[in-house]
Write a protein that binds this ligand. Structure first.
Ligand code: GTP
Length: 305
């Protein structure tokens, strides 16, 4: 089977650098709605790119400011922790402007984040002549060297003409980890996170046993709450979920020998859930039989159908 990749990318850059226009160009015809996520998520999703081999989730991060106050510093800490949570960062440096002090500050701050692939994007490249574009690309490379950011790629792009948009999509997706789609295909929804989390667990439960249990699994999130008494910078969310099957024999399949499959389901889904929620998660999974739930209206309602 081909590898499926999924994960998060964000674009950073000074105001007007072309971040929103580029997001829309990458998402294409499909809706790019600004959707605010429930409190547990720090990411504001700007758009989704669905492909047969990948799902790329473009998120917003708050802007970074030169800190003048303690509050400013705290805000910047938040920006940095968001940066550290995405899989790839695109730094937008518009070709029609020289790299300025604001850009240099931003690049310097990015240099402090380790091991995060960073792509330098020469946005609005349709606005300048080829010679100027080359000069711009050279100064982007030089700024990276000087400020300590190793650009994974330096990519000229134009959201308006479409130049290299497809290529950029490929480059971003190449940086994502392997994993299942984190959001339903086709559109960006306001679906509660619980549905997404349930879907991740359902997918993981079916892994390798799809033929034996095609439609027999439903997952209900019983509880999803932040653990109390955690330090603010070390949150933990407790997720308690029940995997419903139709028959006892299926329960055995899901649990596996000595609980081995259930443990694997937990391991496989926890990482994805943490990525959706943006916090570490303690996952408690149970398996229950709901006899013939697919034929029972009451059960169906309970299982959210
Ligand atoms: N010619 C040209 N103009 C572009 C391109 N991308 C963006 N623009 C224009 O640049 C302006 C700013 O673009 P935005 O996408 O809103 O920039 P942004 O970085 O999201 O801005 P903020 O939301 O203020 O941070 C708009 O007028 C866009 O039409 C491009 O590829 N080519």
């Amino acid at each position: 089977m081909n590898t499926f990749r999924s994960g998060f990318a964000c674009f950073v850059g000074r105001p007007n650098a072309g971040k929103s226009t580029l997001t829309n160009a990458l998402v294409g015809e499909k809706v790019a709605i600004t959707s605010s996520r429930p409190q547990t998520t720090r990411h504001v999703i700007r758009g989704l790119v669905h492909r047969p081999d990948a799902q790329l989730i473009l998120v917003d991060t708050p802007g970074l400011h030169r800190p003048r106050t303690l509050l400013g510093e705290r805000l910047n800490d938040l920006v940095r922790s968001t940066w550290a949570e995405v899989d790839v960062i695109g730094v937008c440096l518009p070709a029609d402007q020289r790299i300025g002090p604001g850009d240099r500050y931003l690049i310097g701050e990015l240099a402090k984040i380790r091991r995060r692939p960073m792509l330098a994007l020469a946005t609005k490249s349709d606005k300048v002549a080829p010679e100027r574009l080359l000069e711009h690309l050279a100064s982007i490379a030089a700024a990276g060297d000087e400020l300590g950011v190793e650009w994974k790629h330096v990519v000229p792009v134009s959201a308006v003409s479409g130049y290299q948009v497809e290529h950029l999509r490929d480059l971003l997706i190449a940086e994502l980890p392997e994993g299942v789609a984190l959001y339903p295909d086709g559109h960006l929804t306001d679906e509660p996170e619980e549905m997404l989390v349930a879907e991740v667990i359902r997918e993981a439960s079916l892994e390798g046993v799809r033929d034996e249990l095609p439609h027999s699994i439903a997952v209900v999130i019983e509880e999803m709450v932040p653990r109390e008494d955690r330090p603010e910078d070390k949150p933990l969310v407790d997720v308690r979920a029940t995997i419903f099957v139709e028959r006892d024999s299926q329960k055995g399949i899901v649990i596996g020998k000595g609980g081995s499959r259930l443990r694997q389901i937990g391991t496989d889904s926890r990482g994805q859930i943490e990525r959706i929620l943006g916090t570490p998660v303690f996952l408690d999974l149970r398996v229950k039989v709901a006899k013939d739930w697919q034929r029972d209206p009451k059960q169906l309602r309970r299982l959210g159908f």
